[in-house]
Design a protein around this ligand. Structure first.
Ligand code: ZN
Ligand code: ZN
Ligand code: ZN
Length: 338
């Protein structure tokens, strides 16, 4: 069987590593592939359906279920199941590939090849030279929106350079995988998780050697907030709990509030770690005790850490346990009773 002459696919980008992505290269060379012919007529109904969808049926190929389609847009041929031609909207793999190459070019990248493990992903070389794996549709969105593709490697190198200015080294992801945080090591050897946004400004005290914000004594607290018809508890940490309750939570002045309990901790770093652990325990083991933001809305200026009054004994038990691990030094910190 003779297939019609078709226009050749555009040349690959010179940097395409054919050896790395044999699959991809196979597709790019198959603009006019030869399929095993299959004897049989092409019914007029099939031809009509194909034409309506932008293709010409060149012949029947492979087996009784397939036809070779010539794409009216790009002039390339590919094999398709007849059922797709009749019942669906057949897509031309060559046109899709052209689009993907074009999207990559628009965002300053080069499409290297497809991910053989996931058909939605391809490999790209970014303008910085790093290679990344990206979802095609995200690249298309970036191209449509005029954005470039971000490079994680370059981003982490930037974070490292920022940290170096303040005597820290970037170690990697935060120890608990918390988004927005990274694990850093101070020149003194101390390792801790710090918010990337704080590191940009050097706003980060080393709990190993400095008396900065997170190295000063702090507290874990329980507040009772008597929202009308819906009293709730707030568990949190703060260097100045009373100030936090009165001035930072945006609670209406007419609402009765009370500091139910305060546990002293040697540093803000400890307080935050213990507080986060307590929240994890509560949300994992007693999800019914958690009050959703939708329930209290703007009445309290936080998005989580709010519990039902019934949770008081559970929270007290957690705080008792923290207290046994951090026996009180006897020092009293200012505004607890303020
Ligand atoms: Zn096409
Ligand atoms: Zn890069
Ligand atoms: Zn230090």
């Amino acid at each position: 069987m003779m297939l019609p002459t078709v226009s050749p696919m555009p040349a690959e980008h010179p940097s395409t590593p054919a050896a790395l992505f044999p699959d991809y290269v196979r597709l790019s060379r198959s603009a006019s592939p030869t399929y095993a012919p299959f004897d049989g007529k092409v019914p007029a109904k099939w031809r009509k359906a194909a034409r309506k969808k932008g293709f010409t049926i060149v012949d029947r190929v492979k087996d009784r279920l397939h036809v070779a389609l010539l794409c009216h847009d790009c002039g390339c041929t590919h094999a398709k199941r007849v059922s797709v031609v009749l019942g669906h909207s057949p897509e031309c793999p060559h046109c899709i590939k052209h689009q993907r190459i074009e999207h990559a070019r628009t965002v300053g990248a080069v499409l290297l090849g497809r991910d053989p493990k996931n058909r939605h992903y391809g490999f790209y070389q970014l303008s910085c030279g790093h290679r990344v794996r990206r979802q095609y549709h995200r690249v298309a969105r970036a191209a449509d929106g005029g954005h470039s593709l971000g490079c994680e490697t370059c981003r982490e190198e930037r974070y490292r350079a920022q940290a170096n200015k303040f005597g820290w080294d970037l170690l990697g992801p935060a120890s608990r995988g918390k988004p927005g945080y990274r694990s850093y090591r101070h020149t003194c050897g101390q390792t801790q998780d710090i918010m990337v946004g704080n590191m940009v400004w050097g706003d980060c005290a080393c709990s190993g050697c400095s008396l900065g914000r997170t190295a000063r004594p702090s507290h874990i607290y329980i507040f009772r907030i008597d929202l009308p018809g819906r009293p709730v508890l707030k568990l949190g940490y703060s260097a100045r709990p009373a100030k936090r309750l009165r001035h930072q939570l945006g609670i209406d002045k007419g609402i009765t509030t009370e500091v139910l309990r305060v546990v002293n901790l040697p540093t803000g770093h400890d307080a935050r770690a213990e507080e986060e652990r307590a929240h994890r325990t509560l949300t994992a083991q007693f999800p019914d005790m958690v009050v959703a933001k939708a329930e209290y809305g703007d009445a309290i200026n936080v998005t989580r850490e709010i519990y039902r009054p019934k949770a008081a004994p559970l929270i007290r038990r957690l705080l008792d346990e923290i207290e046994t691990r951090f026996p009180d030094t006897g020092e009293r910190f200012p505004d607890i009773a303020a």
